[in-house]
Design a protein around this ligand. Structure first.
Ligand code: SF4
Length: 257
């Protein structure tokens, strides 16, 4: 079985617990204005590899992943677009080495098409980008109903979730939207972590290299106090929902998707 990939990183430390092998898949149906990897969007880009070829790349480092409590994370692009390939890869990583498997997804996915993949996934890193419907459509090019359905499905099947939200001044920092995010997260029963990731501009050069206009030109990175304010609004939402099931809110971190 072949998959279309963008790249691999043998030493990832921000996409799940421990040290991880990170595989970036090619293809995405969203067009997020802050996307760090616009070069993963096209299904025609990247290169084709077999599951065996990816496993051969992982094998020399397996002891590091095992000893650090890490594993493999598949991200993108959107990994669920190639669900059968990722499912087989995850199953083999588990069968051969007992590795922990994490899926980093936008959630823009029909759960029925990802059943096998979710079965082989230990943790889902789920990006919730904007709670307001209109602003979500403008920010990502897609509606958020399917993403919310996917999130609720994860909870229904008891799949551990880490929620990630990129904080962009003037774009995703409206107090009302952040409170709604806090409420929504609290209503999901299997959220283990909530990461608040300050927007950064490190991916802008990729937009330029692709000849694309960067839509967030002139938008600054948030100041630490803005991140703290956002965190407080999310906390308000969690208290309103009255169900504080997310173990932690991280005010620091970095996003790569
Ligand atoms: S940020 Fe992620 S979901 Fe959004 S366009 Fe980029 S790869 Fe796709």
């Amino acid at each position: 079985m072949k998959g279309r990939i963008h790249s691999m990183d043998t030493f990832g430390t921000v996409d799940g617990p421990g040290i991880r092998f990170v595989l970036f898949m090619q293809g995405c149906a969203l067009r997020c204005q802050f996307c760090h990897n616009p070069d993963t969007w096209s299904m025609a880009g990247g290169s084709e590899v077999t599951v065996e070829e990816v496993l051969a790349e992982i094998e020399p480092y397996v002891a590091y992943y095992q000893r650090s409590g890490g594993g493999i994370t598949v991200t993108g692009g959107e990994p669920t677009l190639q669900a059968p390939f990722v499912a087989r890869l995850f199953r083999e990583c588990k069968r051969r080495w007992g590795l922990h498997t994490a899926l980093d997804s936008s959630g823009f996915c029909d759960p029925g098409r990802a059943a096998e993949l979710l079965d082989a996934t230990d943790l889902v890193l789920l990006d919730l980008k904007q709670m307001d419907a209109g602003r979500h459509k403008r920010l990502t090019g897609q509606r958020h109903e399917r993403i919310h359905r996917f999130a609720r499905h994860l909870t229904k099947i008891g799949k551990p979730i880490w929620i990630r939200h990129v904080l962009i001044p003037g774009v995703t920092d409206e107090p009302k939207d952040l409170r709604l995010l806090g409420q929504f997260v609290s209503e999901l029963g299997s959220v283990e972590k909530l990461e608040l990731l300050p927007y950064h501009r490190m991916g802008v050069f990729k937009w330029q290299a692709l000849g694309l206009d960067y839509p967030l030109e002139g938008v600054p990175e948030p100041e630490p106090e803005e991140v703290e304010r956002a965190r407080a609004h999310i906390e308000e939402g969690r208290h309103l929902a009255g169900n504080l099931n997310a173990a932690e809110v991280w005010a620091t971190g970095t996003f790569g998707k």
